[in-house]
Design a protein around this ligand. Structure first.
Ligand code: SF4
Ligand code: SF4
Length: 130
């Protein structure tokens, strides 16, 4: 995915308008059956690779709320397709927009280990004051 919003989210929705990929939706629009929090669509998130930092994490008032997830690429197809934490969009012509079908850009300087541990985006990129 890219990035993931965790259960410390206060549903302020400040991140939604900041996302250049329109990847974020409010809890009420979450595709998850019992989605309680603002949700990042992994099939759309581009990790803000063209910006200094991910814009969602930069604006989020809750430290540590937004964390790294795995890259949205073919190597991590199962992680996203067989996981109840996501509902991947089905395109009318292309079918399921899985990482195999529709990989997204990701930050190569964020390691696999950092992603597996779901480290905070803000901590990793030092968005917060000491
Ligand atoms: S990292 Fe960037 S593209 Fe991904 S959800 Fe956050 S603002 Fe959107
Ligand atoms: S800005 Fe942070 S707290 Fe607000 S909705 Fe987005 S993830 Fe949740």
């Amino acid at each position: 995915m890219a990035v993931m919003i965790t259960d410390t989210c206060i549903n302020c929705d400040a991140c939604i308008d900041e996302c250049p990929a329109t990847a974020i939706v409010s809890a009420e629009d979450s595709p998850l059956a019992f989605g309680e929090y603002t949700y990042v669509k992994p099939e759309k998130c581009i990790e803000c690779v063209d910006s200094a930092v991910p814009k969602c994490a930069d604006v989020c008032p809750t430290e540590g709320c937004i964390v790294w997830d795995m890259p949205y690429d073919a190597a991590h197809n199962e992680h996203f397709v067989d996981n109840e934490s996501y509902v991947i969009r089905v395109h009318k012509k292309k079918g399921l927009l899985s990482p195999e079908v529709s990989p997204r850009p990701f930050r190569e300087n964020i390691t696999e280990v950092q992603r597996e541990k779901n480290l905070s985006v803000g901590e990793t990129l030092k968005l917060y004051n000491p």
